[in-house]
Ligand binder design. Sequence first.
Ligand SMILES: Cc1cc2nc3c(=O)[nH]c(=O)nc-3n(C[C@H](O)[C@H](O)[C@H](O)COP(=O)(O)OP(=O)(O)OC[C@H]3O[C@@H](n4cnc5c(N)ncnc54)[C@H](O)[C@@H]3O)c2cc1C
Length: 500
Amino acid sequence: MKQYSKREFLKIMGLGIAFAPFISLYSACSSEGKPENKTKANEPAAEGSTPVQPQTDELDISKADPDDIILLKRTDAQFAGLNKAFNGRIKKLPLYIALCKTTLGVQYAIAHARKEKLPVAVKSGGHSFEGFSSNDGGLVINLSQMKGISWKENEQVSLQPGCLLQEIQDAIFARKRLIPTGSCGTVGIAGLTLGGGYGFFSRKYGLTCDNLVDVEFVDGKGQVQHAAANKELFWALRGGGNGNFGVATNFVFKTEDMPATFHAHVLKCRQLDTERFTAALQTWFSVSETLLEEDFCAFVLNGSTLTILATTFGNQNKLAQNIGPLLSIADSATNSSTELPKAMKRYYGRKGPILFKNASAGLYQSYEDIAAIAPQIFEKVVAAKGMIYQINTLGAAINTSAFEAQSCYPHRSLPYLSELQAYWDKPSQEAGLLKAFEEIQALVRKQGITAQYRNYPDINFPDWQHAYYGKHYEKLQQIKLDFDPHNLFQYPQSIAGKDA
Ligand SMILES: Cc1cc2nc3c(=O)[nH]c(=O)nc-3n(C[C@H](O)[C@H](O)[C@H](O)COP(=O)(O)OP(=O)(O)OC[C@H]3O[C@@H](n4cnc5c(N)ncnc54)[C@H](O)[C@@H]3O)c2cc1C
């Protein structure tokens, strides 16, 4: 397996963290299914009915079956490995890691945390930009071993939260089906879905959370809930479910037919100056307005080199025609048409930990939103080696009223998501990059851009409550009180109960 140097990595990260090429070391997860959850409350209950459940206060972890849960202390051999996060910048030290293998194991973990009065964080794929899936001195519910994948009727698929995107894609593509997820192979399906989830297929099929049929969920009281039987909870879990109210222990998704071929254009503009940059940016926005639902486009500034990735799983000729104005300003352009499963592996990215700071840098309506600050963003990115500024297309099917009504994701009418990324390998580089990072975020704020993507959090966002959840924050606070009244689940930007 080829190991990449930091320099090589930064170069290939010209396509940004959301679309980094394949270097992964993970092995595929069997679709034949590891053991399904053992709890008896595994099937959706009818609305209003109460499933038979263990009394969680009576669960005594010292009597738990190791096939359900292993409670690890700091001195245990497995602890340090499980404590690692994808982001090497983040260092946290919980008191316990509860390695849960079943839903019942999660209930044991919650009972134990309640008994010891410990705050709880939930970790699935461990890719949280700000380390929100761990804590200092509390209990972390680690779901990395819950990797079951099994098929249900009507080509629906049941996924446990420890599944990583590349494991899911391998299993789903083998059956010629598709779920619209992100593309980085080592991201967890759980965190991605609970915060929204977007990628190459979202403009056609919606966010990842829009494709959910049900979620099995253990709330802060230790009770197993089925989101399909609880409209409010389901609404909250689609965009607001990251570690706020409890633990998602199983996801059921509908799937789509897998398109046969993925077409990609990669355009490069090198040694840009401010004028060429802003002209390219303006052209990119006007071109992206012409894209079809099957198309996706990313604008990625890395130093003074601009990379534009335009993809489709639909009409290749139409895409080539629509991106014509970009082709005419690019220094070079390549294109490829590849069998879809093979093409997706190019974007699986690498295994961490790596040192970085990434965050949402605003959702936009149009070029006008950033026209005034574009020259300054360009100059700051060029001056700060290791900094990447990226804009991705959302919109199209994401912005439909049915999806809007059933989820708390609040930014559907904003068709552009920008992200800021900074990578370094020497500790001495960190402070300068973080300063430049914050200066760009301040520019964005000054411009009046406040909407941010919850899955790209920044610990420094003021009023993150409304930046992530918009007008829905207060309703989410009520739901927090219903499902986690004692605020067991908490991290620096977790939803607080209404009275908190
Ligand atoms: C390299 C990289 C590429 C990315 N690419 C994309 C992309 O293409 N599209 C996109 O939309 N996003 C992308 N993201 C962002 C990604 O969606 C978030 O980082 C996501 O939260 C990661 O989920 P996780 O399970 O891996 O992380 P974790 O760190 O385990 O969890 C993230 C958050 O979700 C909570 N959580 C995790 N599991 C559960 C659970 N079972 N129940 C309740 N809460 C839970 C955690 O408490 C935490 O707050 C990318 C991130 C990285 C680092």
